[in-house]
Every structure is written in structure tokens, then in C-alpha cells.
Design a protein around this ligand. Structure first.
Ligand SMILES: N#Cc1c(N)n[nH]c1-c1ccc2c(Cl)cn(Cc3cccnc3)c2c1
Length: 240
């Protein structure tokens, strides 16, 4: 997979070259290009924003600069263009799994009050464009959202995670939150590891973990339970 990111703060994306993602890049599992939007300005001030038509607070990012940058970065190769925005569709684990199958992702990281809408509209004729949000809170720009989305996608690529089973057993991958996890010591500050996890009874352990996941999901994210397909819960689950 090739990932390109266009931003006025390239340094914000430096964490993508650290740790697991950095190793994936070094291993050739992912190619990453980070591009400074201001490289496509032509004025001495390298202006990327202007006042909003219709008035209102803040500034809007100019379409011309974005058009030149995305034309250059996208080139003729097909790619999914991703535009983070507070007004976007929710980015979920399902989105990450779908995007993990893409050959190329190009992220347009905006700032200010956003990017002129005509940029999204103009590129919609050239390929898939997704306006997405990582959650119901407001950030200052798209860069942090891109860090989140790139990590969620790249960790799903074959060869990136040391233990591929992990990705299958994530929270959300089966529609439920993960239950609690424990490691040594058996007793810590008077708190003990649940006996079943040390029993060696794999069926009992699996049942206990499923029950804890159902319990946690019901308590913290009942919406996920409501969204499960009818056949997702078996008789033992329903008994829980
Ligand atoms: N993804 C996501 C996401 C999220 N979950 N919160 N905030 C954002 C996000 C993404 C992109 C931009 C761009 Cl471009 C500018 N801003 C600042 C802003 C703030 C308030 C209203 N309009 C724009 C962005 C915020």
C-alpha cells in the first residue's frame, strides 16, 4: 500500500515513521509520502487560506492550492482520496478494514475552518472520495485524524502485526468490546487474576472472556449490541 498525506504541517506526521508503522515502512509493506501543501503556492506569503464567502468566523482553505497539490500527488494512479472533517461520516473499524484492501490512500489534511468544498466535488469525478470524522469532538485540523486512521489501517496489513490473530480478536472486530486482560504477577496489590484464566480449561476461558466482553459492551456501548446481526449471539450469549 502507498499512502500520501498533504498538509501544511508535515512535522505533525512524523510519528508515522516511528515504531510499528516505521518498521512496516522499512520492511516495504507500506510506502509513505508526506507533502507540504505550501510547496504548491506561488505567492511570497505562501497563502493557503482566504475569507469565507457568506461571512462567518475563521478562514477557508483555497481550492487552487489544493487542486495543484492533489493533481501532482495523485498523478494518474488510482487512489482513494480521504478528507478528514468534523462533518464526515464516522471512521470505524469497518472503514479501516475496507481501506486496508486499497492500493493507494491519499489524505488531504486541512486546517482553519476546512477546505473549499469544490476540492472534494472536483475529485469525486476522478475516483472515490471519503469525507470522514474520527469522532464526535472537534480538533484543530486533520493531521491527528490522519495519524489515527493510518495506524488503524496499516496495522491490518499482512505482515505488520507480529501476531495476525490480534487483529482478528480486536475490540470491534467481532462487534463487541474486548474484555479485561491480565498478566503476571498472579496477585498485585491484593488483586488476583481470575482463577479461570489459570485453569487451563480453554473452553471455560473462552466462555469467561466472551461473557466479560458482553458485560463490558452492554455497560459501555449498548449501541454495539443493538447493531449486532441477529445470528451474532448464540444461546449461551443470550443466557448471559
Ligand atoms: N476527522 C476529524 C475531526 C474531528 N473528529 N474533529 N475535528 C476534526 C477535523 C478534521 C479536519 C479539519 C479541518 Cl480541514 C479543519 N478543522 C478544524 C475545524 C474545527 C471546527 C470546525 N471546522 C473545522 C478540522 C477538524
Amino acid at each position: 500500500m502507498r499512502i500520501d498525506v498533504v498538509t501544511i504541517f508535515p512535522g505533525y506526521l512524523a510519528p508515522l515513521r516511528e515504531a510499528l508503522l516505521g518498521r512496516a515502512i522499512e520492511a516495504g509493506l507500506v510506502e509513505l509520502g508526506v507533502h507540504d501543501l505550501r510547496d504548491w503556492t506561488h505567492d511570497v506569503h505562501q497563502a493557503v487560506d482566504d475569507s469565507p464567502y457568506g461571512g462567518g468566523p475563521g478562514m477557508v482553505m483555497r481550492p487552487q492550492v489544493w487542486g495543484e497539490a492533489l493533481d501532482a500527488v495523485l498523478g494518474e494512479e488510482p487512489a482513494r482520496l480521504v478528507v478528514p472533517t468534523p462533518a464526515g461520516r464516522p471512521f470505524t473499524q469497518a472503514t479501516a478494514q475496507a481501506w486496508a484492501a486499497e492500493e493507494r490512500l491519499v489524505f488531504a489534511c486541512g486546517r482553519y475552518e476546512g477546505i473549499d468544498q469544490r476540492v472534494v466535488d472536483a475529485y469525486a469525478d476522478r475516483g472515490p472520495v471519503d469525507e470522514v470524522s474520527i469522532g464526535d469532538y472537534v480538533l484543530v485540523g486533520g493531521e491527528v485524524a490522519v495519524l489515527v486512521m493510518v495506524e488503524a489501517v496499516v496495522r491490518l496489513l499482512p505482515g505488520v502485526l507480529g501476531n495476525p490473530v490480534s487483529a482478528q480478536e480486536d475490540s470491534f472486530s467481532d462487534g463487541l468490546l474486548e474484555g479485561p486482560a491480565y498478566t503476571r504477577p498472579v496477585s498485585w496489590r491484593g488483586l488476583d487474576v481470575p482463577d479461570v484464566l489459570r485453569s487451563g480449561n480453554h473452553a471455560a476461558i473462552a466462555r469467561w472472556r466472551r461473557d466479560r466482553a458482553l458485560e463490558r459492551t452492554a455497560a459501555r456501548r449498548p449501541d454495539l449490541l443493538d447493531a449486532l446481526p441477529p445470528d451474532a449471539l448464540d444461546r449461551a450469549d443470550r443466557a448471559f
